[in-house]
Design a protein. Structure first.
Length: 126
């Protein structure tokens, strides 16, 4: 987040809280360059709207869209988005088969193993 005072390209969140009506988040940020603090507000995503694509797509289509399609759109499909030799090792293993129920993707508690950059960050490899 750019500092509105000195235009430095980075800042850190020092405090966050939801608005009284729960529709937005207020984040106090501080610029490491000039030290000044500023506030940014972000709208809370509508959970119903976030789950709509899962209801419209088949589970396999949702999986492919979330991985290789997005990697290609971002221009990083040569290194991420699929599981094969030479690719960066980010992967999630689920408690249930998300191809039978795409709502599994929306529940972080269903993820039993998360591997980020080749390192296990949740769960354990057996």
């Amino acid at each position: 987040m750019h500092c509105p005072f000195c235009r430095h390209g980075d800042s850190r969140v020092v405090d966050s809280r939801a608005s009284d009506d729960g529709t937005s988040i207020r984040r106090r940020r501080q610029c490491p360059q000039c030290g000044r603090r500023f506030t940014k507000r972000a709208q809370q995503p509508d959970q119903a709207a976030l789950s709509r694509p899962l209801e419209l797509e088949s589970p396999m289509h949702a999986l492919v869209s979330a991985t290789s399609v997005n990697a290609d759109i971002l221009g990083i499909g040569e290194s991420v988005g699929t599981i094969r030799v030479g690719m960066q090792a980010d992967m999630v293993a689920w408690q249930q088969d998300p191809l039978h129920d795409a709502k599994v993707f929306a529940d972080p508690d269903m993820a039993v193993l998360v591997v980020k950059a080749g390192h296990v960050v949740k769960g354990e490899v057996r």
